[in-house]
Design a protein around this ligand. Structure first.
Ligand code: NAD
Length: 254
């Protein structure tokens, strides 16, 4: 057999934003284990991720950046491409959430979430595509969506708007770039045990209501997202464009 294995990422370079913890860390570890050289981009120390990947025998480097700053996402993609070489896979994972009733929701909480969760996703993808298209290189872009790309939620107005936007943007970019060698898809995690859901898990009533609705009978762990990420980063997904793939323990099936 001469063709590379369907899920083998050896020889590829993957950028994962927000790779220090949670879902980004789980995805970085999975991509590195599948053979990718992973570059984590984020504002916090990624030493823990680096140690876990080293232990698994993988390759990881960290690049510090606050992706909320104006055009920081595009800048960091350009800088990584220039300093480390071409990027084959981009996982737009960094994201935040702000909780308040819609009647009380502030403009600051609207802007903070939209700037990181939606605007930085678009401009990172655009920066990667400009380079890949001009060099005639294929690329895979994986955006992290949410159950709130499909549902309304409560008390998270800007988050729902941003994640619904991520699903729409994923389709738009797929329509523009599918014929030019770039796959754009998204993963929609269900309810995952990370910092993002800490407040929810501390609320006994909400937490037990959520758990009761998950057919798999448990919250997801960050490493549950790894398989879908490897799939969407690999040759196995070459003909998949514009999907938002739920990894939700069956939540949306209820
Ligand atoms: P998390 O809070 O553990 O991780 C968020 C990551 O984003 C961290 O690495 C953090 O450092 C990074 N980040 C935040 N602000 C940043 C900035 N300004 N610049 C650079 N990096 C920044 O939460 P998580 O659950 O792992 O979230 C990861 C992604 O998954 C987010 O997009 C989130 O919306 C999404 N998500 C989470 C869940 C869940 O249940 N936890 C469900 C669906 C989607």
């Amino acid at each position: 057999m001469t063709a590379p294995a369907l899920f083998d990422l050896a020889g590829t370079r993957a950028v994962v934003t927000g790779a220090n913890t949670g879902i980004g860390q789980g995805i970085a570890l999975a991509l590195a284990t599948a053979g990718a050289a992973v570059i984590g981009v984020g504002r916090s120390s990624m030493d823990d991720t680096a140690a876990r990947i080293a232990e698994a025998g993988g390759r990881f480097e960290a690049v510090q950046a606050d992706l909320s700053a104006p055009m920081a996402a595009a800048g960091v993609i350009d800088a990584v491409w220039a300093e480390h070489g071409p990027i084959d896979v981009l996982v737009n994972n960094a994201g935040i959430i702000r909780r308040a009733d819609a009647v009380d929701f502030t403009e600051a909480d609207w802007d903070a979430v939209m700037d990181l969760n939606l605007k930085s996703v678009f401009f990172a993808a655009q920066a990667l595509a400009r380079r890949a298209l001009s060099d005639g290189r294929p690329a895979k872009i994986i955006n992290i969506a949410s159950m709130l790309s499909f549902q309304g939620g409560i008390r998270v107005a800007s988050y729902t708007a941003s994640k619904s936007g991520v699903a729409g943007l994923t389709k738009l970019l797929a329509c523009e770039w599918a014929g030019r060698g770039i796959n754009v898809n998204a993963i929609a995690p269900g309810y995952v045990e990370t910092n993002n859901t800490e407040a929810l898990r501390k609320d006994q009533e909400r937490s037990s209501d959520i758990l009761k609705r998950i057919p798999a009978g448990r919250w997801a762990r960050p490493d549950d997202m790894g398989g879908a990420a490897v799939f969407l980063a690999s040759r196995a997904s070459d003909y998949i464009h514009g999907i938002t793939l739920p990894v939700d323990g069956g939540w949306l099936a209820r």
